[in-house]
Design a protein around this ligand. Structure first.
Ligand SMILES: [Zn+2]
Length: 162
């Protein structure tokens, strides 16, 4: 992988390799990346983003497949995805989004055992149209700055059904 600007890489290298699931860890937290924690869903910053503002939306329950979610959890999950998109629109003004699930290692899932949606904001002229799938990552703003920008918006988030 070719990384063009990557202060987070050092944190990654220095981080303890643990078996703990990053999403379940985020629920008990203090990683400084968790933007929202509700009863059934959570939103975290991707620590290794494809692009600035790359968010991950997951159910609170540690499940690997959509089929393991209750109907209400699915609704809350999709609503959290939608509200996260709205927040990114307000806070960062992207021109579009890539939103999706990577299911299985072959599809690029980093954390296979805990289902999560990727929300990747896109701007006209952001490197190239294949940023999301390519191995080149360009991060113009430090993760913490983006977190501080987004966090106040997520304080106002409310998911129906919770
Ligand atoms: Zn988990």
């Amino acid at each position: 992988m070719k990384t063009m600007w990557a202060p987070w890489r050092m944190e990654y290298i220095l981080a303890n390799k643990s078996d703990t699931c990053i999403f379940c860890e985020a629920i008990s937290d203090q990683d400084g990346l968790t933007l929202y924690k509700g009863d059934s869903t959570l939103v975290v910053m991707n620590k290794f983003p494809y692009i600035n503002g790359h968010l991950l939306v997951a159910p609170v329950r540690h499940v690997a497949a959509l089929g393991q979610l209750e109907r209400m959890e699915k609704g809350d999950l999709l609503e959290t995805v939608e509200q996260s998109i709205e927040i990114l629109k307000s806070a960062m003004g992207p021109d579009g989004f890539n939103v999706g699930l990577n299911l299985g290692k072959v599809a690029g899932a980093g954390v296979e055992e805990h289902l999560h949606f990727h929300i990747v904001p896109r701007w006209f002229g952001d490197t190239n149209a294949l940023t999301v799938f390519a191995d080149v990552r360009v991060i113009p703003e430090h993760l913490k700055a983006t977190y501080n920008n987004l966090k106040p918006y997520f304080k106002k988030i409310s998911i129906t059904g919770e």
